[in-house]
Design a protein around this ligand. Sequence first.
Ligand SMILES: [Fe+2]
Ligand SMILES: [Fe+2]
Length: 162
Amino acid sequence: MGKKAREIVGLDLKDLIKDLNRAYCDEWLAFYAYWYMAETVEGKGYEDMQEFLEKIAKDELEHAQELAERIIELGGLPTNDISDLAKNANYPYPGVMKKLSDYNEIIKIVTSAEAGAIEVYNKIAQKTFGKDHDTYQLALHILGEEITHEEMFENLKDGERK
Ligand SMILES: [Fe+2]
Ligand SMILES: [Fe+2]
């Protein structure tokens, strides 16, 4: 991104890069937890759960990539040390289920992580609206996918509809 393009961003760039980097770290933590749960899940009909988890893990990895690209365009660098991911994230590591066949716990972990992600991208969208068009577009795109993830897993709850 050139000088003029950075100039028209009507926000403190350092601050924006920090927000994006925190989201970047959240995405890696979510990716790892979801991917791990997809690999280890057991129990009756586990294939469906595995497929759902694999799908959203793939999306989170893509989000990390999209955020990294934007951070670099803005003149920053994403967290470069894997051991700093949890430290630099918005939220602690989501964790994984204790019992490999505990679908309810998996659903709880995912819906809570997704709710956190929805809040993060909603805030970034509000902050960048009318000020940084490209980051705004990216936040909307990711937000849409996080909303779908939350819904996919909420729909797995047994007969619980609010
Ligand atoms: Fe994500
Ligand atoms: Fe997600």
